[in-house]
Ligand binder design. Structure first.
Ligand code: AMP
Ligand code: ZN
Ligand code: ZN
Length: 414
């Protein structure tokens, strides 16, 4: 059917239905956008030869030299920066662990807190932006997706289950893409944790980390095959990225807070690559003096004095004293083993976000993206304006810059 003939038919149909005005021009539906996060997939892992499906996507589409995480380079702060375009200081998820008067305690394992919108509503994630502007969304796990934020939720979502089989995760996303128009989501997410877990338990160089890279890559191969089967491979915009990288943290490289301050005189809010500390009432000067003096392998600041390049320390949720370990060192209690899901670790992230070891994966493929393109390192707050552009949404206020990422788009999609 020619376009003219189709228009004539539409006019006739409108007349037959008793319409006196021509139907309003509707923008053509944009391709769906699928955002995949491989937690802890350091930028250079892509060159190890264990991820053929991902390498093919990178070869055929866009490969970023790396995605610079926001500070601190932790999972929840960065997943929320990716979908809000806001630095943690501006979106309120300032750490994986927080203690805030009136709100209580936030940790990744605290389901009640993770599902409580009051922790998340300092910013607007893209599924809320999309819902406000009439697009459907689906999340197969994403920090924040289990909470009602400003009264909005994804249309389709599952409570986080780290044991859910990877093939089943992929199949659920493909099922959502099979929904009829009107029900089909325009924006979807998919999440895998195995690469981060192996990096923590065994270190970034370990054979187990390479096995986890291969395991996630098999899930991506299944996704690509499913998209090809549906004729969607070239008609869906796919972004595969990570929240941060991973650094070796050998057990000898620990900093014991209790050797520096009396544990009875502080509330330690978080430990690891960073530590947030609230002095007990009456002990402010003593605790500050002990921490703020020069320390080997660690630097502490009053929150107002944190270097401005880190964009951190103005949010009320950041504790008054804040310490950052040198990359490879961890801040903990004495005696204390640093744990991930109850197991001792050899790798960690959370460090200075400018360190190359914290750099994350970025690969994109689809009709909006250039083919065979390489782009330089860029900050992850740019991903939100990139995604709102792809979906034709008006972005909420954010810290990212569309201009940083426009160069990766095919000219017609800019
Ligand atoms: P991290 O401790 O910073 O390495 O965070 C990684 C961990 O975050 C994963 O191993 C999961 O246990 C947890 N996680 C990731 N996504 C979610 C989610 N949507 N809800 C709850 N926990 C999550
Ligand atoms: Zn992570
Ligand atoms: Zn991690």
């Amino acid at each position: 059917m020619t376009t003219l003939f189709r228009l004539a038919c539409l006019c006739l149909l409108a007349l037959a239905a008793g319409c006196t005005t021509a139907p309003a021009a509707r923008p053509a539906a944009r391709p769906p956008l699928l955002l995949v996060s491989i937690d802890g997939f350091r930028a250079d892992y892509l060159d190890r030869g264990h991820s053929p499906a991902l390498e093919a996507l990178a070869r055929e589409g866009v490969r970023g030299q790396g995605l610079e995480p926001a500070f601190p380079s932790l999972t929840f702060p960065n997943h929320y920066s990716l979908v809000t375009g806001r630095y943690p200081d501006h979106h309120g998820i300032v750490d994986n662990a927080m203690s805030v008067p009136g709100l209580g305690r936030f940790t990744l394992g605290n389901r009640e807190a993770v599902g409580d919108g009051r922790w998340w509503d300092e910013a607007e994630p893209i599924w809320v932006t999309a819902d406000r502007q009439g697009l459907k969304t689906a999340t197969l796990f994403w920090p924040g997706s289990e909470a009602s934020i400003h009264g909005h939720r994804p249309d389709y979502w599952l409570p986080y289950d780290g044991d859910m089989d990877y093939d089943a995760r992929v199949d659920r996303v493909l099922h959502w893409l099979d929904l009829p128009p009107g029900q089909r989501p325009a924006f979807l997410t998919l999440y895998f944790e195995a690469v981060d877990s192996a990096g923590h338990y065994e270190g970034p160089q370990a054979a187990q980390t390479n096995q986890a890279i291969a395991q996630v890559d098999r899930a991506l191969a299944r996704l690509v095959a499913g998209l090809k089967q549906r004729g969607l491979y070239d008609h869906l915009n796919l972004i595969v990225l990570a929240d941060h990288g991973m650094a070796d943290t050998p057990p000898a490289q620990r900093i014991f807070l209790d050797d520096l301050v009396d544990p009875a005189h502080v509330q330690v809010v978080s430990t690891g690559a960073i530590a947030g500390i609230i002095p007990a009432p009456g002990h402010e000067a003593e605790v500050a003096a002990a921490l703020l003096r020069p320390q080997p392998h660690m630097q502490c600041w009053r929150k107002a004095d944190i270097p401005s390049r880190l964009h951190y320390g103005h949010n009320g949720r950041v504790p008054p004293l804040f310490c950052l370990a040198q990359v490879g060192w961890l801040i903990t209690h004495n005696p204390g083993t640093v744990l991930h899901h109850g197991k001792a670790i050899l790798g960690e992230h959370g460090f200075d976000n400018a360190d190359p070891r914290m750099r994350a994966l970025f690969v994109a493929h689809g009709p909006a993206f250039r083919a065979h393109a390489r782009v330089p390192v860029f900050p992850n707050v740019d991903v939100y304006p990139l995604m709102t552009h792809l979906l034709g949404l008006r972005p909420a206020p954010n810290d990212g810059r569309y201009a940083d990422v426009a160069g990766m788009l095919a000219p017609a999609a800019r």
